[in-house]
Design a protein around this ligand. Structure first.
Ligand SMILES: Cc1cc2nc3c(=O)[nH]c(=O)nc-3n(C[C@H](O)[C@H](O)[C@H](O)COP(=O)(O)OP(=O)(O)OC[C@H]3O[C@@H](n4cnc5c(N)ncnc54)[C@H](O)[C@@H]3O)c2cc1C
Length: 367
């Protein structure tokens, strides 16, 4: 029984979302996950409120912290706290969250094979022959949801060239309901302090060529963290134009980090991973003979969000002081509305452009 309609490589949020939606639509699905579940995934675990409608019922029980306030700092010297009127985001533990999503996919009928690594694929007639560390499987469709180092993507010839490098450590402390983001620390990126239940996560993400270990150490010291024991590092790919997206080919689609479907402003990836999983299934079921072309069309709204987030990132990180001033004047509150799903990145960008240029002129005349 090694024949499936769809094989999904990777059991993170992108893979589970794909498997969940596909089995709901009656497809026979196999998920291959190379690690034992639950598995550790380096992540700050902050999900924006707008993800809620994409998640299966019951996810709320996994929320460790409800976020209703944000502190934005500039260059470690100034900072401002702006409370929101409602919850704007939630903190979850990635091993629990990802295991929950995989459980839900299995409840809808998907099969999960853990500690099974995808190795390579070949086309055999109309099917894909998928070789893994636990044998060979056949499928009509394949979804690569295997994260940053996606073997499915590389087997299609894709090579990543846009990504954040990120370092993170976990320590004692409590923040409860707020997140801290500091800009003006690195050229194109930011540092953060987020709650994690009764602990906290401290990290830094940057796209430039930086000594990030030193930057994190300096930042942590400035913020009063002295004994940093273990620092973890990983990458966050991103797309800021449709050309950066790895859509896939023919009946092979790429979702989540495998497809670079991550926000170029802050590196938020879980929301886009889950969203792209759903779109991939819509692409397969509505155009069985050429889903990759259809996926490109159906993913337009998601990609448009990444494109506008990229425009904001390019301006905001280049002129960080101006961005900070704009946040103070109200842009942060509008950003909260993005997190709740009430405005899009497109609206945020278009609505803020005039203020940004005013801020830029002010910056040059009175700095
Ligand atoms: C330090 C850091 C902090 C972050 N913080 C946030 C945050 O607060 N909020 C947010 O939204 N995003 C955050 N992100 C980004 C987020 O973690 C990713 O965008 C998200 O995990 C993407 O989900 P995914 O399912 O595409 O990939 P992953 O979660 O990476 O899942 C891929 C899965 O594929 C499996 N796999 C890989 N290769 C194979 C193979 N050959 N065969 C079988 N299985 C395989 C892996 O074991 C893994 O389980 C952060 C990232 C980093 C590095």
């Amino acid at each position: 029984m090694n024949f499936y309609d769809l094989v999904v490589v990777g059991g993170g949020p992108a893979g589970s979302s794909t498997a969940y939606c596909a089995s709901q639509k009656g497809l026979k699905v196999l998920v291959l996950e190379k690690k034992k579940v639950p598995r550790f995934k380096l992540c700050a675990g902050c999900i924006s409120k707008r993800i809620s409608s994409y998640l299966p019922a019951g996810w709320e029980k996994l929320v460790l912290n409800r976020i209703s306030s944000g502190v934005l700092g500039y260059a470690g010297n100034e900072s401002l706290e702006i409370p929101a009127e409602e919850d704007i985001a939630y903190i979850i533990d990635r091993s629990e969250f990802d295991a929950f999503l995989l459980d839900k996919a299995q409840e809808t009928g998907a099969h999960l094979l853990q500690e099974c690594e995808f190795l390579h694929l070949e086309k055999e007639g109309e099917r894909y022959r998928i070789s893994t560390s636990k044998g060979v499987f056949y499928a009509d469709y394949l979804v690569g949801a295997d994260g940053f180092y996606s073997k499915v993507a590389t087997s299609l010839g894709y090579r990543k060239n846009k990504f954040f490098k990120a370092l993170e450590f976990f320590t004692d402390g409590e923040l409860s309901h707020k997140v801290l983001i500091d800009i003006g620390i690195v050229k194109r990126g930011y540092a953060w302090i987020f709650p994690k239940g009764s602990k906290i996560s401290v990290g830094i993400a940057c796209t430039g060529n930086y000594d990030l270990t030193k930057a994190l150490k300096d930042y942590a010291e400035k913020r009063g963290f002295k004994n940093i024991t273990k620092v973890y590092g990983w990458y966050i790919p991103y797309a800021e134009s449709s050309r950066d997206v790895f859509y896939g080919k023919e009946r092979i689609l790429l979702t989540g980090d495998a497809g670079n479907l991550t926000d170029p402003l802050l590196g938020e990836g879980i929301y886009y991973a889950v969203w792209s999983g759903k779109v991939a299934v819509d692409a397969i079921t509505s155009s069985p003979s050429n889903p990759a072309e259809n996926y490109k069309t159906l993913l337009k709204d998601l990609v448009s969000e990444l494109v506008y987030a990229g425009k904001i990132a390019r301006l905001g990180y280049r002129f960080q002081k101006v961005a900070y001033r704009m946040a103070k004047k109200g842009a942060l509150k509008t950003y909260y509305r993005l997190l709740t799903g009430d405005v899009s990145y497109r609206e945020l960008y278009r609505g803020g452009l005039l203020d940004f240029f005013k801020g830029l002129i002010y910056n040059y005349l009175w700095r």
